[in-house]
Design a protein around this ligand. Structure first.
Ligand code: SF4
Ligand code: SF4
Length: 91
């Protein structure tokens, strides 16, 4: 069961999450990051690194953010991988 990045990530991109991922699952969209569900090994390392608590296990994504489950899958296919920390877009 993969992890899913949800709405609080939008506009942030602190990217604390990407550096701890051992499987390079993260992809960089314009305003947030996405996790490739095919690559996530469910190690939970990223969850506690995210300062905005954006990352949930797929089964635990709050109802209002269920669209993010398919969005992560779709956007991970389209966006380039990111595995190094970047300066935040806004704080
Ligand atoms: S640390 Fe959290 S808010 Fe920041 S890019 Fe990663 S998932 Fe998004
Ligand atoms: S749970 Fe582990 S493998 Fe999955 S995205 Fe987070 S850090 Fe990467």
């Amino acid at each position: 069961m993969a992890m899913v990045v949800t709405e609080p990530c939008f506009g942030c991109k602190y990217t604390d999450c990407v550096v701890v991922c051992p499987a390079e699952c993260f992809h960089e969209g314009q305003s947030m990051v996405f996790i490739d569900p095919e690559e996530c090994i469910e190690c939970w390392a990223c969850v506690s690194e995210c300062p905005t608590e954006s990352i949930f296990q797929q089964d635990e994504v709050p109802e209002k953010w269920h669209d993010y489950i398919s969005l992560n899958r779709e956007m991970a296919e389209q966006c380039p991988k990111i595995s190094e920390k970047q300066a935040p877009l806004c704080q």
